[in-house]
Design a protein around this ligand. Structure first.
Ligand SMILES: C[S@@+](CC[C@H](N)C(=O)[O-])C[C@H]1O[C@@H](n2cnc3c(N)ncnc32)[C@H](O)[C@@H]1O
Length: 207
């Protein structure tokens, strides 16, 4: 009889060590192992965009965007996540950087932030910081596109959000252009995630 795996020890998803432990142990229930259809369709219909993938994990989407000629960069503050991504990214491995989303400064002004399982990886108390950083990193007209996890579960990650909460976070800075059901979710997100595209608004003076 094989022994049960040792329990995970790090409990705080705000710490890189939390994610390091999960990548090192191969416990990644959020990992899609590929590129979601909605992102593929979005990218196929768009001109190349200077793109940031924050909290990229395995960064499956990075290669797909780079292969289309996009200037895409993926960042993660977990060294184990970065090593995991770099191991399968071949020619695009140098586009994965060890960096914290809250301090990372892009070399080129961004045109897109791609969101998947990053906002929901962080406790709700941190969401205003995440939204503020999205707004800070994206100039007027730039896009925030990706998958948002809607649920009312008290425990996470993933921490579910309501549309009203997401609106409170994003509407001060963004307009929602697209809100669509997702047809190819993996089990943890099935029926609870939506593909959304938000456009950064020009700041109104005094806001
Ligand atoms: C649930 S995983 C999602 C990974 C990937 N986006 C995906 O869809 O598979 C969340 C990721 O966010 C990363 N992360 C959390 N906080 C971060 C921060 N402040 N800066 C950069 N990465 C962060 C974690 O290390 C982890 O790899």
């Amino acid at each position: 009889m094989s022994a049960a795996p040792a329990p995970l020890t790090v409990r705080d998803p705000r710490a890189a060590a939390f994610w390091d432990e999960r990548f090192t142990r191969g416990f990644m229930p959020w990992d899609r192992g590929g590129v979601p259809h909605d992102l593929r369709d979005f990218a196929a219909a768009s001109a190349p965009l200077v793109t940031l993938i924050p909290g990229c994990g395995a960064a499956w989407e990075l290669a797909a965007l780079c292969e289309l000629g996009w200037d895409a960069t993926a960042i993660d503050f977990s060294a184990a996540a970065v090593a995991h991504a770099q191991a399968h990214l071949g020619p695009w491995r140098d586009r994965v950087l060890l960096a914290d989303f809250f301090t990372y400064a892009p070399a080129t002004p961004l045109q897109l932030i791609y969101e998947r399982a990053f906002l929901c990886a962080l406790p709700p108390a941190m969401w205003p910081q995440v939204a503020a950083r999205y707004a800070q990193l994206l100039p007027a007209g730039a896009l925030l596109a990706g998958f948002f996890f809607f649920d009312s579960n008290p425990k996470g990650p993933p921490f579910g959000i309501s549309q009203a909460q997401l609106d409170d976070l994003l509407l001060p800075h963004f307009d929602c252009l697209v809100d669509a059901a997702v047809s190819d979710s993996i089990a943890v997100f099935k029926g609870k995630e939506r593909w959304q595209v938000w456009r950064r608004r020009t700041e109104v003076h005094g806001q």
